[in-house]
Ligand binder design. Sequence first.
Ligand SMILES: Nc1ncnc2c1ncn2[C@@H]1O[C@H](COP(=O)(O)OP(=O)(O)OP(=O)(O)O)[C@@H](O)[C@H]1O
Length: 768
Amino acid sequence: MSTVDPNEIKREQTRVDHVIKKIKTQAAHTKELYEQAHSETRSVENNYSQNAKINTFEADDRIETNAEVQQQKGLVARAVENETILKRQVATYKQLQDSPYFGRIDIQDPGESEAEPLYIGTASFADEHENFLIYDWRAPISSIYYNGTLGKVAYQTPSGMMETELVKKRQFSIQHGQITNVFDTNETVGDEILQEVLGQQNDTYMANIVATIQKEQNDIIRDTTSDLLVVQGVAGSGKTSAILQRIAFLLYHSRQSLNVDEIVLFSPNRLYSRYISDVLPSLGERNMRQITLADFLSQRFQGLNVESNFDRYEKASHNSATQQRLIRFMESPQLMTAIETYVHNLKAEEIQFANVRFEDRIFFSAEEIHQIYAALPTTMAPADRFLKTKNTLIKRLKRRINQEADADWVHEQIDHLSNEAYNDLIGKRRLRAFESYDDEIHYLGRKLAAKHFRVIYDALYNNYFIDVYRQYGQFLKQVAIPADLTATTWEENQFTFQQAVEYHRLRLFDAAPLLLMRDLLTGSGQNRQIQYIFVDEMQDYSLAQMVYFKHAFPNAKFTLLGDSEQALFKNVESPQSLLERLKDAFAVRKANLITLNRSYRSTYPIMSLAKKLLPDGERIQAFNRTGSLPTVIVRDTFQAAIQVLKSCCQKQLQNYGTVAILTRNMAESQRIYKEIRRETGATLLSDTDLALPKGVLILPIYLAKGLEFDAVIAYNISATNYPDEQSTGILYTMASRAMHQLTLLSIGAASPLIHAAVADEHHLVKIE
Ligand SMILES: Nc1ncnc2c1ncn2[C@@H]1O[C@H](COP(=O)(O)OP(=O)(O)OP(=O)(O)O)[C@@H](O)[C@H]1O
């Protein structure tokens, strides 16, 4: 790393000025185009709505109008798209005007006498002669900036590997058009600029890291070949950042074949979804689809209240050994395999068909449904037999509707129809004459009968003629249980499942096997459109859930990221064993594992303490950023602790924008919120909050997953709250949320885990 000669900096600033001038000209021109496009869209839209209003009473007119309307619709769509592209371009130029680029590489191709400088920024920019003044960070040549050290380098292009020589690599910080920092480096991406970026205060929402992507992160971002990419990364190692830059990268590289709507990110909670929502737009891309596991499951189990990880965590702070063994089995891929085998071998008479009832009477009996199913060839897959059965039922329903169309009760209804209701029912047919009056009445009758039986149609459509809960109960009854579970435990397990369902509740660990069973039996539930699935905080998912995702998104490539040591909902597991289990469960052709051991978020003193909390924390490399020592404060009473909280918040707010008080659960958060909100102006955050304000925030640790704060106060890290190693993951996660300052506050003796961490190294903390 070397500093750059002042004259050279001047020359660079002149270039920055020149590029910005060009961008400004281009921006003004694009803005004009955008405004034109905007008024064009308005006029096409106006035109469209005029045309849509055209008299459609004459049959011939209708056909013509339809074609015209379709054409107008196309015009509107194109105008809107054009406008959106221009709007995005205007935004990109605005950003480039402020900071046009962050890197420069000088490359000398074989046979050339001079090196050519290339500048790298968040988007490409070319002048009027098509000279690239800035290269997009995702362009093939830009990979040299992230991967290469000076000397011979190779980079991937669409037409194969290219070789060149890297003779200079320069990093810039440019703010408001002024170079504030510049370094030459031989490293991949040197530490100086990174120091500067990481030392800054958190601005509540996540920012992109394209200027300082590190080599290992770059491997994650640019991996285009793996079907399963697993990233085990320590706290603050940039996993979430890598996901977002990877999505931007994939979109750039597969513009033609990949749409952002074909990417789904499973996020740990809704706050996180908001926290990361600015990154992709700052890179000129739209956000991917995001969903939490809880929302995904509620959508699939409409009408049932599915337990969430948070509920489970709030309910049982410590699981008994028996409970842990039960959970292990219920969340295992073996259970999912057992479901597959069970469904595969299921005999017709074992399928739990249910009566379809209508107005207190049985409309299709389970027996009738069973007979249809049983008559189908046994060689057919269960889902195919099921679909055929469903079709037969729908046909029978239609036949019945046809018969009822001429029934007296229907005729009576027709007689009492108002003119308006009559016209409504005739609907589109109004314009085509009926052969006879009887035809018209029969048509109306069918419509009325169909309306009458609509609930049955819906029940068939939604597969309510099979009772999957009873079927699942049957499955549990016969499945072979592991040796470490007793028959009594297993019976109790079946009973609690039944009981929960009676109360319209579903335990979290039943959700994945139940969904798999339902999908396999009914041939539903798969989404073949999705091309990429990302799962952040993968350690909070069971393998059974992962196996279900694999089934539900059969064409997707998976990127799973997490930190086995930030497990809040189960015991910490060694990264290697988690990775092995994942690989087995996914059984894909091309799996890639990447480990990130360098941590960027927290200062060196904070990370030094956090890693001591872990049994194998030594492998974590804390980024060398200075800061004050973490403080441990012990008080005897709740009131004394509240006083500490108030004074800490006031003090820390003078230096920092966000101070987060992290608690073990929601009840604790609420309790302290009541006590300190007046003096500190604190905000209590819950899972339904979608915004992250500045100031003092109070939240349970599970909502702080994936987030970071300038200062963190870990509230009540006492021996009572965190008595043994089951709490390791929680304390480690709490400590590693802090960027600049960490305070550990205990009421009564601190957790033995904290004592053990600093036992031989008292210099790691300051005791107050
Ligand atoms: N290459 C980088 N350049 C600049 N900042 C970085 C880089 N990598 C990570 N960071 C910063 O470090 C912090 C942690 O990153 P991120 O949240 O992506 O890590 P993580 O591995 O998902 O963390 P955790 O598992 O603890 O939630 C963020 O503020 C991020 O911007």
